[in-house]
Write a protein that binds this ligand. Structure first.
Ligand SMILES: Cc1ncc(COP(=O)(O)O)c(C=O)c1O
Length: 381
């Protein structure tokens, strides 16, 4: 009999999910009006320690609005990691902006702050224009090293936007950012509640900020820029990016489970680490000393793509979903011509050698052991 399928990262709709959804149905508040949207916004803001949160239809929508709010328009440059899911960069292009792709550093796999700082300093020296924003992605739930980067960006009026889609619950543990959640460091931070994320609303996102004006403008833009109290009067071109009450109800229930999910994810990561530690040919995921990651998707590196692909095939044939890490943006058609900081070799290496393993909250010990055994088959430990 074939073994059961093990997904990469599936939702776990525990706790009050059903009760809150039934409440929406019973009260008929299933669309964008209803108490759960505001409650979800308030509770996410409180959880991460931001003053304001604005719910959106997706993480991509949240980034689109956040970039628009810092004034990205035609021709404006935004520095962004090349090693990320494509939705980090697409909203820059929606606005007519120009993404400048940044290679990763190997300590966290995130955008290399050294490359950004070097480029900013070089431009400052020759009086060249600076980018309007730096979008920092916390890939796979590991916080990016942004202390020094933040300092120079603030000094020169460059907006920092955080794409924290994969990193809800991740924090900084040392330095001037100690104790703070990802998403609350830049001018605006964005989260995703897509089905494969740490918590899900089916589909959804959130913008967080400490700036009351930006929060008000975010709400305005996500609701078709409709002016309250004036019927159908719109003072600019907005978006229908609202989150529904149904989705927010699920979000509230999921948020109640988040701390437990993070503990479970950390335990899964620890068990994978223990199994792969010391295995020649496997590199463990990043664990920078300044951060507590969310362990969204546990990912390891092999010596080369041939070894990675052999393990991937072995897992897939056994019904275990594993996934190679992203192709860097600079290698894909929409971004091939983008300017690049760094030679791209770090991100290309991650893409060639990296593999994400099943990381669902409800992954059982037995299932995890099956994954571990198959990964280790063929390796000497
Ligand atoms: C890094 C990153 N940015 C942005 C997004 C976009 O979020 P969504 O799928 O909710 O639009 C995702 C996830 O899908 C992501 O992983």
């Amino acid at each position: 009999m074939p073994s059961e399928r093990i997904p990469l990262s599936e939702p776990y709709l525990a706790g009050n999910a059903r009760r809150y959804l039934e409440e929406c149905i019973d009260t008929n508040f299933v669309s964008s009006v209803g108490p759960f949207v505001e409650r979800f916004e308030r509770e996410v803001a409180d959880y991460v320690g931001a003053r304001y949160a604005v719910a959106c239809a997706s993480g991509t929508a949240a980034l689109h609005v956040a970039l628009r709010l810092v004034g990205i328009g035609v021709g404006d440059e935004v520095f962004v990691s090349s090693f990320t899911f494509i939705a980090s960069a697409n909203p820059i292009v929606y606005l007519g902006g120009t993404p400048v792709l940044v290679d990763s550093e190997s300590t966290t796999w995130n955008l290399d702050p050294g490359l950004v700082i070097e480029e900013l300093e070089a431009r400052i020296r020759r009086g060249a224009p600076l980018p309007k924003a730096v979008e920092v992605v916390h890939v796979l739930g590991h916080p990016a090293d942004l202390e020094a980067l933040l300092r120079i960006c603030i000094h020169h009026g460059i907006a920092v936007i955080e794409d924290a889609a994969e990193a809800l619950g991740a924090t900084f543990t040392t330095g001037s950012l100690a104790g703070r959640h990802v998403g609350t460091i830049g001018r605006l931070g964005c989260f995703s509640f897509n089905g494969n994320k740490i918590i899900t609303t089916g589909g959804g996102g959130m913008i967080v900020t400490d700036d009351a004006t930006l929060a008000r403008m975010a709400k305005h833009l996500t609701t078709q820029a409709r002016v309250a109290g004036r019927g159908y009067f719109h003072d600019e071109v907005g978006f229908n990016y609202r989150l529904t009450n149904l989705a927010a109800a699920l979000g509230v229930a999921q948020l109640e489970e988040l701390d437990g999910f993070l503990v479970k994810k950390a335990a899964l990561a620890q068990r994978y680490d223990a199994a792969f530690q010391g295995c020649a040919g496997i590199t463990l995921p990043p664990r920078a000393s300044f951060a507590q990651p969310s362990h969204w998707l546990y990912s390891i590196l092999f010596e080369n793509s041939t070894e990675r692909d052999a393990v991937l095939d072995r897992l897939n044939r056994a019904g275990i979903e594993a996934r190679p890490l992203w192709t860097p943006l600079h290698l894909m058609p929409p971004y091939r011509k983008a300017e690049m900081l760094g030679d791209g070799l770090v991100s290309e290496g991650l893409a060639a050698r990296g593999l994400s393993l099943p990381s669902s909250v409800q992954l059982s010990m037995e299932q995890q052991s099956r994954v571990i055994d198959l990964v280790l088959k063929g390796f000497q430990t």
